[in-house]
Structures are given as C-alpha cells and as structure tokens.
Design a protein around this ligand. Structure first.
Ligand SMILES: [Zn+2]
Length: 386
C-alpha cells in the first residue's frame, strides 16, 4: 500500500501542495506537512442570515466612491472578480458597503479578510457601527469559537476554516505581511471562495495587474482621496538616538504650539511607555496606548476630545483613527517592524478631514532605509495621479 502512495502524485486538498518534500506518511497514508499547523474546526453550512442590511453612513461618499461602489456591485452581479487599486485614505472600505449589503440581503455569505489581527478588530468595530442590525463577527487566532455570521471579518490565517464558503470574499492589504508572498495563505484564499472575490491594494504588482487583464476580471482605480488633496509626503530626520530624542522634543513642542493633536508612533510596546514617560517630562496632557492597554477606547476618546494633546502609540492606531488636524511623528521609522506599506498607512492618518486636509508627517530615523524610501516614492507616485 505504502508504495502505491509513494508512486502516485499527492495533491493536498487543503493547500494544493504537490511537493513530495512536504509529504509525510502515517500508516501508509500520505499527509501534507506544509499546511499541518492549519487544522481546526471548519465553518458549517447551516448558518442562515435573518436580518436585512440597513446601513446608514454619517457622511457622504465622493462621486468617485459612488461610481466605484456601483461598479463593484455590477461586477459582482455579472460574476466578475474585481481588483481595486486605491491610494490610502481614498475610502476603499466604503465602496464595498453596497455589494456587502446586497449579499446580506440575499442570504449570501460575505467575508472580509485582512492579514493582521489589529486591522480585523478595527474593521469589525467599524462594520458593527454601519451594519447595526446584523451580526458582524471577528475571527482571528485565539478567537475562533464562532465562525459564522452575517458578515465575517477575519485574518487570512483563518481562511482555512472556510471551504468553498464565501459567495463574496473581499480582501484588503494584500501586499501586507504575512499574506504577501505566502503561497499557503494564497491557496486558502482561493479555496475559501465559492463565487467571487474583490482584492484591494494601494500597490498592485505588475504580475497582479496582468492576472486581472482578462474577461472575467476587472480593475477599478480609486486615486483621489475624499477631498482631492494629496497625501502628505513624510519629512525624514536622521541622526543618532540622542539627536532623535532632541528632535522628538523640539518637533512635538513646535506642533503643540500650533494647537494640533499629535500621534507619535513607536515600534514596540515597551517603547510606548518609555517614550511617553520621556515626553511627559516636557509636556503635560498626554498618554500612551498599545495593544495591551485595557482602556484603549477611552484613551482614544479622550484624545479625540482634545483632553490629551498628544498620544504615544504602537501600530495599533495605524489605521482607522480619523482626527481633525492630526499630525504624525514616527519615532525610529527605520525599525524592522515597519515596511513601506505600514509607513504609508501611518502617513495616511494625516489630512483625512475635508476642512483640514493639511498636516505633517515626520519620520525620525537612524538611517534612511529601503522601506522608508519606498514609502516616500509610492506616496509621491500616488500624488502625481491626482
Ligand atoms: Zn497542505
């Protein structure tokens, strides 16, 4: 029996692996070692959507957003997969609402996948506020007891729990770690789709664009931000740690004198506390926040209402926070946790309000590394298309 299997080409039904180097044998039966850590309960097909999606937005979509929103729905109805090429801050989540609502209202299964857990949490919060009648659930490592709902927001790592499941699967940040270049996650993505998908990215590769140049696929471009203003180009300040600390204080002081709220991004949880303690020697009315902060929502609320003038944060606030007149400092922007993609996301925090589109983004770095330079190059390229 064993020989029979060895001579037969093995194809993993879960991840599509055919490489015999990743095939193990147990009692003469082959099994895949490539995707072995992705095992667990899978979603059943019993869930029934009962509530209609009745969503209301507190703001109006731009003409571009309305046009693309209608196009996404049209594509879906025709069975066409879409690639949305959108710059940061152009409101690409909003353009999906119409097609999501269509699916929920027709009892179809919708998923929204992103690579990182933090983003799952933020999106879930955001969607719960929009689809108030519906069951919006978050699925990520450590939170996978409930796998079904009207709208499932999940990490790409959890897609293996859904086999031929989604009538519509939307995936954002396809160029972010850990999805980018990960063939197992990519296999799970395609395996989870029953009908159609939408991919969203600010930086599509030529390969991806080529994949979408075929009749059953379509590329939608959303270049302008809500208000047609360019993304702020970060200003990089380089030097040794002593100099960077001095600049951190002097730049914070300068921005505070303009009465503008400041977010100071730091690469680690440990640094969020340390940098805040350091700044609090000079400036009152600040705080710090990280993924372990228990009162995260309250701290954000206080920052919004200007009770705090500045907030030191880890990447937890990389997306999703929109505050008028916000200015951003990235402390140690050349740290390895940041890639071009996350730096662009951070820069995209600034100038998101229509009546206050300006703002500064300051990178404090020991060196001008490749990712920092790529981020600036891509921001400039996106601004050229406005
Ligand atoms: Zn496998």
């Amino acid at each position: 029996m064993g020989r029979f299997f060895i001579n037969t080409k093995f194809i993993c039904s879960i991840c599509g692996n055919v490489d015999s180097a990743y095939v193990g044998y147990k009692n003469g039966q082959p099994y895949c070692r490539r995707c072995i850590m992705f095992r667990g309960q899978e979603a059943s097909n019993n869930y029934v959507i009962t509530e209609k999606a009745d969503y209301q937005l507190a703001y109006k979509l731009s003409d571009d957003q309305k046009r693309l929103s209608a196009k996404l729905l049209r594509n879906y109805l025709k069975g066409i997969d879409s690639l949305v090429h959108a710059v940061c801050g152009s409101g690409k989540t909003e353009i999906c609402l119409e097609v999501i609502a269509h699916c929920i209202n027709n009892g179809l299964r919708v998923g929204f996948a992103v690579p990182r857990k933090d983003v799952v949490l933020e999106l879930t919060y955001h969607f719960k506020n929009i689809f108030k009648n519906n069951k919006v659930i978050a699925v990520y490592g450590g939170n996978s007891n409930r796998l079904e709902g009207d709208l499932i927001v999940l990490t790409t790592h959890q897609l293996y729990r859904y086999n031929q499941y989604f009538d519509l699967l939307i995936m954002d940040e396809i160029d972010a770690f850990p999805y980018r270049g990960n063939t197992i996650l990519e296999a799970f993505f395609y395996r989870s789709i029953k009908k159609n998908f939408v991919l969203m990215t600010a930086t599509p590769t030529p390969k991806l664009i080529k994949q979408f140049k075929q009749p059953s696929r379509d590329i939608l471009e959303l270049y302008s931000r809500f208000h047609q203003h360019p993304l702020p180009v970060p200003n990089i300040i380089c030097g040794n740690l002593l100099y960077l600390n001095y600049k951190l204080v002097s730049e914070t002081s300068r921005l505070l004198r303009q009465f503008k709220p400041i977010l100071i991004f730091v690469p680690t949880i440990d640094l969020s506390k340390k940098v805040y303690r350091f700044l609090s020697i000079f400036f009152s009315h600040g705080n710090y926040i990280n993924s372990k902060s228990e009162q995260r929502q309250m701290i954000i609320k206080r920052f919004r209402s200007k009770k705090y003038r500045y907030l030191v944060t880890t990447a937890v606030l990389e997306r999703g926070v929109t505050i008028r007149d916000l200015q951003v400092i990235v402390y140690l922007s050349d740290h390895s946790i940041y890639d071009a993609h996350s730096l662009i996301q951070i820069a995209g925090r600034v100038g998101r309000k229509k009546d206050a589109p300006g703002g500064e983004v300051i990178f404090l770095a020991k060196h001008k590394n490749q990712e920092t330079q790529r981020a600036i190059k891509e921001i400039n390229a996106a601004n050229q298309k406005l």
